[in-house]
Design a protein around this ligand. Structure first.
Ligand SMILES: [Zn+2]
Length: 70
């Protein structure tokens, strides 16, 4: 998500839009366009800066609760 960290993709957190809502995809198996963050803090920063909206090219509800990983 443009944070500049180059990490193995399998270690990144994947997020997808499901019915217009951001959803974490720990198994990286959900269909659709995905956005990646290197960790939780990175995801929160991206959320605050609108990085997810840029990645998905649409408005993303900024619900920080969605970033909690199980
Ligand atoms: Zn990052």
């Amino acid at each position: 998500m443009g944070c500049g960290t180059s990490t193995d993709k399998s270690r990144l957190q994947r997020f997808v839009l499901v019915d217009g809502r951001l959803q974490a995809d720990p198994q990286q198996r959900l269909p659709g366009r995905g956005a990646y963050a290197c960790d939780d803090a990175c995801a929160r920063r991206a959320l605050a800066r609108g990085g997810f909206s840029r990645s998905f090219r649409r408005a993303v509800p900024t619900d920080p609760d969605l970033l909690h990983s199980p």
